[in-house]
Ligand binder design. Structure first.
Ligand code: HEC
Length: 195
């Protein structure tokens, strides 16, 4: 009874006040405005929006399907994981465009097999990087901004369109992650399965 009265009271309050105030006064709370986010919070938000975990975080296989292994956030393709052979003729101009591992950390395509990088602040990851190196890599599509081409499916054309502040935020967030020692293997060149 008391609850019903309270609800009615609140409803009336909304009814009276809403027209007088900016719309949304009685709506559910909205996500925090950008300005209220710290650099690291914004980096985490961009990480989720950019699907970085999909490819860069190893998964745990549960009864309800794969979930992110939160003890290894962004640790990249696990060293030592076996890479299944690519059957001849499966990938090619008139065949399939690509294959991917169960945990989405290894991808095969016309470019060969690429393995998602370790983005944690460990020596085997991005420990020695600065925001400038990170930004250069995301903008140029070259390893650390100066090295070999960054292979698909890393969406660097997309991350390269983020603002300087967004890229700084992403890097700041990555640097707060638990450092995970994981030396990601080098890509496998396409010879052998390119058609
Ligand atoms: C669809 C899968 C995928 C997604 C999504 C993805 N990545 Fe990657 N990323 C990769 C792969 C695979 C590599 C390794 C490519 C290689 O070895 O050339 C990589 C490499 C990198 C590298 C290393 C670049 C270098 O200089 O060597 C960084 C940094 C990186 N990704 C950051 C990110 C961030 C930040 C996001 C989210 C905004 C993201 N990635 C989303 C697959 C992905």
């Amino acid at each position: 009874m008391r609850d019903a009265l309270l609800t009615r009271g609140l409803a009336r309050w909304c009814l009276l006040v809403v027209p007088l105030m900016a719309a949304g006064a009685c709506a559910p709370p909205e996500p925090a405005a950008d300005a209220a986010m710290t650099l690291v919070e914004r980096g985490e938000y961009l990480t989720v929006a950019g699907h970085c975990n999909d490819c860069h975080t190893p998964k745990l296989f549960t009864a309800t399907g794969p979930v992110l292994d939160t003890t290894r956030l962004m640790a990249g393709h696990p060293a030592g994981d076996a890479v299944p052979p690519i059957p001849a003729g499966v990938i090619g101009p008139t065949a399939w465009g690509g294959l991917l591992s169960n945990d989405l950390t290894a991808w095969a395509g016309p470019w060969g097999v690429s393995f998602a990088a370790n983005l944690t602040p460990d020596a085997t990851g991005l420990a020695g990087w600065t925001a400038e190196i990170f930004t250069a890599a995301m903008r140029t599509g070259k390893h650390a901004g100066v090295g070999r081409p960054i292979l698909p499916p890393m969406p660097w054309e997309l991350t390269g369109r983020l603002t300087d502040d967004d890229l700084r935020a992403l890097f700041a967030y990555l640097q707060t992650l638990r450092p995970v020692a994981n030396t990601v293997r080098a890509p496998i060149p396409p010879a052998g399965f390119r058609q």
